[in-house]
Write a protein that binds this ligand. Structure first.
Ligand code: COA
Length: 260
């Protein structure tokens, strides 16, 4: 995979996607969004990849937002199209990926950067990370799902405050309001994510995909999440992973999931 703005490495079932525009604090320009979208499409189909993590290059930023220089002169319709296209091709795609996606938030995660982290299945931050949705300070609102996913994670009142003040919160504050799951030092960030990824990979990835679909169903309009859970639960009984998982338990041995 050759890209101009991102790096993709794979090792032991974990794919590491790094946004690599450190001089622009990894801001998401059009090309970077397109490359991320292409990379996630490839990783979704790559059977050797079980877990994906996304981070920013350098020690200062995860992603400092959408690239302001690209949209400063946009019209109403161009603005609407920017948000719609980005949501469809990247942010929603990540949220609905069939394999776990972890954000390793290693610095500023602002605007589209925090929205990218929030589209991931969960987030680990380093102590130096700073997070916020500063869009109203630019005269615009979050457009890559931020007004929807932030209240899902931190509650409506906290989301209202963060968006209205355009303020930044520290990693510890983000943990206190459940925006991130863990805070570790910058040096510990990669090993910590790798450890969680390897813990995930011990389990049935087929069942994990079903769990992602069932959990996401809770946040879809017009969808009854309990019904999706029942149907996904039932489907698990037809998988080889279920046969292996239950047999291994009864035989008091470690499961060796075939992944089908
Ligand atoms: N879009 C485009 N360029 C950006 C950017 C963004 N969202 N965020 C940072 N950059 C660029 C800066 O313009 C600067 O480029 P330059 O060296 O060519 O002038 C470079 O990245 C470094 O940023 P700088 O502002 O000098 O770093 P800093 O340490 O002084 O400040 C921030 C860091 C994150 C506080 C500041 O860059 C910032 O406020 N960025 C915008 C955040 C934002 O509003 N995001 C939401 C967008 S919708």
């Amino acid at each position: 995979m050759n890209f101009n703005n991102i790096l993709v490495e794979k090792e032991n079932g974990l794919a590491k996607v790094t946004i690599n525009r450190p001089k622009k604090l990894n801001a998401l320009n059009k090309e970077t969004i397109e490359e991320l979208s292409a990379a996630f499409e490839i990783l979704e189909e790559d059977a050797t990849v079980k877990v994906v993590m996304i981070t920013g290059s350098g020690e200062k930023a995860f992603v400092a937002g959408a690239d302001i220089s690209e949209f400063a002169n946009f019209s109403v319709s161009e603005g609407g199209f920017l948000a719609k296209k980005g949501q469809e091709m990247l942010f929603d795609f990540i949220e609905n990926l069939s394999k776990p996606v972890i954000a390793a938030v290693n610095g500023f995660a602002l605007g589209g950067g925090l929205e990218l982290a929030m589209a991931c299945h969960f987030r680990i931050a380093s102590e130096n990370a700073k997070m916020g949705l500063p869009e109203v300070s630019l005269g615009v609102i979050p457009g890559y799902g931020g007004t929807q996913r932030l209240p899902q994670l931190v509650g409506k009142g906290k989301a209202m405050e963060l968006i209205m003040t355009a303020g930044m919160i520290s990693a510890e504050e983000a943990k206190a309001c459940d925006l991130v799951n863990h805070v570790v030092t910058l040096e510990e960030l990669m090993p910590f994510v790798e450890k969680i990824a390897s813990r995930i990979m011990r389990n049935s990835m087929v069942a994990i995909s079903a769990a992602i679909r069932a959990i996401n169903a809770n946040f879809e309009d017009g969808v009854n999440g309990y019904e999706i859970e029942i149907s996904e639960f039932g489907e698990c009984f037809g998988t080889e992973d279920f046969k292996e998982g239950t047999t291994a338990f009864l035989e008091k041995r470690k499961a060796n999931f075939p992944g089908s």
